[in-house]
Ligand binder design. Sequence first.
Ligand SMILES: C[S@@+](CC[C@H](N)C(=O)[O-])C[C@H]1O[C@@H](n2cnc3c(N)ncnc32)[C@H](O)[C@@H]1O
Length: 287
Amino acid sequence: MAAIVDLGAFLKLFVVPGNNRAAKVYDLLSTHNNLGERSLYLNLGYWDGPTTYDGACQRLAERLGEFAGLERGQKVLDCGFGFGDQDLYWLKRFEPASIDGLNITESQVRRARARVEEAGVSSRVRLHVGSATRMPFPDGVFDRVLALETAFHYDTREEFFREAFRVLRPGGRIATADILPLEGGGTGWFHRAAERLGRSFWQIPKANQYPRAEYARRLEGAGFKNARVESIADKVYAPFARYALVRLRDADVRRRMNPLVRWGWQKTVGPMARMELDYVLAVAEKP
Ligand SMILES: C[S@@+](CC[C@H](N)C(=O)[O-])C[C@H]1O[C@@H](n2cnc3c(N)ncnc32)[C@H](O)[C@@H]1O
């Protein structure tokens, strides 16, 4: 029965694309349609040594935390937190005073709240349902606003930059790990068709499709200064694809993953690694 529900949800994503329906994608992926060994992370990972999906995802969370200058005692806002793995990790690794999380997918928020409670840290981690483009927080209250592999979904990413600027205190920083097209990349018909299909399924607004240099300009356009946008694509796409193609054949994944979703991953993960995509870490400061 779950497989049939997944199938309907899967097809609908192509039929009615666009307009910030990312929550539908993540409801579909749920907790059974992912690649984690034990974690519920949902990112592509940073593969400079890790040999497991969980390890690479955690390493990406660590790289973003370092890039952001996360430090003990800070007040952090985490946008698009998935099932909350990164928040539990950042709490231990960087010891911020508190983390508020904002996520548009209610099913993830429910599960993440239960995990936070189980870990006994609900006084420091508060998770909210809501969009990173309309933050339910007053001005100037956070030291850091983070978005780990999520801002490409926002309608629009620039609206998120403006909201992040508003809720940060002066001297505070925004930091993202994000998916972008490469400068001048992908002009052939095959690339254009694949890009369109990918954007429909993953609910990525066209307005967010600009390369690295423009990303820095748009951060500065929202009021930030000292924007740094660095590519880490070589540590993301190809090693993720190599790992995923093996992982998708594991008994554990075959048992729980919907066959259609597994087939979708198998068909797209190789081509995705060859598409002209960038993957960046970005940071900028509120003056
Ligand atoms: C690729 S997943 C990454 C999850 C998590 N950061 C991780 O690394 O495992 C993208 C996340 O962005 C969230 N998301 C998408 N659009 C959003 C929005 N407008 N506001 C807040 N969260 C959003 C999704 O619900 C999902 O949790």
